[in-house]
Design a protein around this ligand. Structure first.
Ligand code: NDP
Length: 280
């Protein structure tokens, strides 16, 4: 059975400014710059991924850009995301940080530029700089990451441009239904980071049961669950077999009954930092 909405790796979510963002991307946090990240990105592009998620703080923008250029795939067919780091926000150098990211990537634009974390006292000023980056054409879309409902309300109160995306930790232990509903109501696309619980999905009993039922793996069940919630997903792997496996999520559909059972796993458990209380 195929989901009529999301049935192919080439399918995309349409962001609030009309930009098309692939439902699936490769995350590269903790992929080392150089051969490790280059090989992962090249292989992902070979097996059909068309979206890569990096950040200045990951230290691998150079390798990501090199792999994209060497892939031979036209630039406009690949969706590239990077992010402004917290220290750059504090030093009020978002525009400079953006130019440095472009330089490292060796690209003349990115598809999506994100505010990596809501640094208190700074993120509203950062957002004004993000709006300038969008206006200049340096980024096709701008968004945020790790913004909770109150942070979003704060931005929405006086922004010119509504964030196109909010990238949050999201997996069956952490759905955050109120945040998801708020984003949907305001046409902000949710995107899931750590969709595989940083590898811990393999020990979730229900994911194992459903993996057997659907003849898939726990990772594929978790990623497909993201998609069926309308959430863009960016699993990380530097292992070719897993990169491919994580892309094979477009040929089956989780029943609504099983979606509800997965939703019921939500205990608010985080594997990464809590956006309400971070100190970096
Ligand atoms: P993930 O949940 O994607 O898990 C990655 C881990 O799972 C790696 O150890 C990987 O191992 C392993 N893995 C990958 N595929 C499988 C599989 N099929 N079965 C079992 N294990 C698997 O974690 P991340 O934290 O990396 O999140 C994904 C991406 O989200 C990041 O890479 C980054 O781009 C983004 N992110 C954004 C954040 C933000 O603040 N905005 C914060 C954190 C992440 P291996 O690589 O060895 O195959």
């Amino acid at each position: 059975m195929k989901n009529s909405m999301i049935g192919s790796i080439t399918d995309f979510a349409v962001l609030n400014n009309g930009i098309r963002m692939p439902w699936l991307g490769l995350g590269v946090y903790q992929a080392e710059d150089g051969p490790e990240v280059e090989n992962a990105v090249k292989y992902a592009l070979e097996v059909g991924y068309r979206s890569i998620d990096t950040a200045s703080v990951y230290g691998n923008e150079i390798g990501v850009g090199k792999a994209i250029r060497e892939s031979g795939i036209p630039r406009e067919e690949i969706f590239v995301t990077t992010k402004v780091w917290n220290e750059d926000q504090r030093q009020k150098r978002t525009l400079a940080a953006f130019e440095e990211s472009l330089e490292r990537l060796g690209l003349d634009y990115v598809d999506l530029y994100l505010v990596h974390w809501p640094v208190k006292g700074f993120y509203k000023e950062t957002w004004k700089e993000m709006e300038k980056i969008l206006a200049s054409g340096g980024a096709k879309a701008i968004g945020v990451s790790n913004f909770l409902v109150n942070d979003l309300k704060d931005i929405l109160a006086d922004c010119k441009v509504v964030p196109a995306v909010n990238q949050m930790e999201c997996h069956p232990y952490l759905l955050q239904p109120e945040l998801l509903a708020f984003c949907k109501a305001n046409d902000i696309r949710m995107e899931a980071w750590s969709p595989l619980m940083q590898g811990n999905i393999v020990s979730v009993p229900l994911l194992k049961v459903l993996a057997t039922k659907y003849k898939k793996t726990p990772a594929q069940i978790s990623l497909r669950w993201n998609l069926q919630h309308g959430i863009v997903t960016i699993p990380k792997s530097v292992t070719p077999s897993r990169i491919k496996q994580n892309s094979e999520i477009f040929d089956f559909e989780i029943s609504s009954h099983d979606m509800l059972a997965l939703d019921a796993l939500d205990t608010g458990k985080r594997f990464g930092p809590d956006p309400a209380n971070f100190s970096f």
